[in-house]
Design a protein around this ligand. Structure first.
Ligand SMILES: C[C@@]1(CC(=O)O)c2cc3[nH]c(cc4nc(cc5[nH]c(cc(n2)[C@H]1CCC(=O)O)[C@@](C)(CC(=O)O)[C@@H]5CCC(=O)O)C(CC(=O)O)=C4CCC(=O)O)c(CCC(=O)O)c3CC(=O)O
Ligand SMILES: NC(=O)C1=CN([C@@H]2O[C@H](COP(=O)(O)OP(=O)(O)OC[C@H]3O[C@@H](n4cnc5c(N)ncnc54)[C@H](O)[C@@H]3O)[C@@H](O)[C@H]2O)C=CC1
Length: 208
């Protein structure tokens, strides 16, 4: 298995099951602006809230064969292994299948993850120890303070400026390396380097 970043915005995500794990998945995919349908005869309080707010769609019944055909990403999250096996069998043409009980027929795991703007850090143990994945996420979150959000925008902006500049490959490399020094988490230092690149012919400069 390899880790990929997948854009699910406006993509159809179908979640079978309405329990605690289904709720966790619905929250993750809603944050990413997917179009979510939950199929389950019962849903958690939080899912009910999301349904009431029309953030997600609910089919209030048990799974039926054919429910999954239009999914871009399917989450199989009932608490019944045989039902999950049957759903997996129906999902042959679904590109992405997350089977939360770790059984056969899934082709992706949800990693433990966090973001700081454009930075996304995620880790998976492929079912060996979800708890270890969570523990690592907690440790790494501490290493990346909230200031990283703006820092990521700064790195992005500088890289675009460098790409548009007439600087040599070696000089560009030097700037890309220098910006990784932790001191550039400070706004004032960010401004200094941006001005420097701009003076040397690198793209436009916007001060917010
Ligand atoms: C295969 C996978 C599903 C998939 O492919 O998506 C899966 C499967 C199962 N998890 C179970 C249990 C627990 N899962 C967690 C936590 C997380 N589990 C997550 C992912 C995954 N879990 C995928 C593998 C990813 C990997 O290994 O890296 C995380 C990373 C992401 C998320 O789910 O949001 C999230 C941490 C997020 C964070 O902290 O950031 C905890 C700890 C806790 O809740 O504190 C426990 C209790 C302790 C324990 O049991 O270990 C059970 C048994 C259930 C039962 O006993 O009934 C199964 C089924 C089985 O393995 O049989
Ligand atoms: N992080 C993870 O990935 C975790 C995964 N799990 C796994 O997730 C699975 C579900 O666990 P929970 O969410 O805790 O269970 P839960 O008991 O909270 O929810 C199960 C849901 O499935 C629904 N359901 C049952 N039969 C159905 C059917 N035929 N069609 C549609 N919906 C149906 C029920 O109505 C209920 O909403 C378990 O297999 C467990 O092993 C559990 C904990 C963590």
């Amino acid at each position: 298995m390899i880790s990929l970043s997948v854009d699910v915005e406006q993509k159809k995500v179908i979640i079978i099951g309405g329990g605690k794990t289904a709720e966790k998945r619905a929250k993750v995919f809603l944050r990413e602006k997917a179009r979510i349908t939950v199929v389950s005869p019962a849903v958690t309080e939080d899912l009910k809230e999301m349904i009431k707010k029309k953030e997600i769609h609910w089919l209030n019944r048990h799974f039926e064969n054919g429910d999954v055909t239009s999914a871009f990403l399917l989450v199989i999250a009932t608490d019944d292994c045989e039902t999950n096996d049957n759903i997996a069998l129906q999902a042959g043409n679904v590109p992405l299948v997350n089977r939360v009980d770790g059984g056969k027929g899934g082709n992706l795991h949800l990693p433990a993850q966090f973001t700081r703007g454009k930075l996304n850090v995620s880790v998976t143990t492929q079912g060996a120890s979800p708890k270890l994945a969570g523990r690592l996420r907690e440790e790494w979150e501490k290493q990346f303070p909230p200031a990283y959000k703006d820092y990521m925008d700064f790195l992005y902006e500088c890289r675009q400026m460098l790409k548009a500049s007439p600087l040599s490959k070696v000089e560009k490399e030097m700037y890309l390396e220098r910006m990784l020094d932790p001191s550039y988490l400070e706004r004032e230092k960010q401004w200094i380097i941006k001005e420097e690149i701009h003076t040397k012919g690198g793209g436009s400069l916007c001060r917010d």
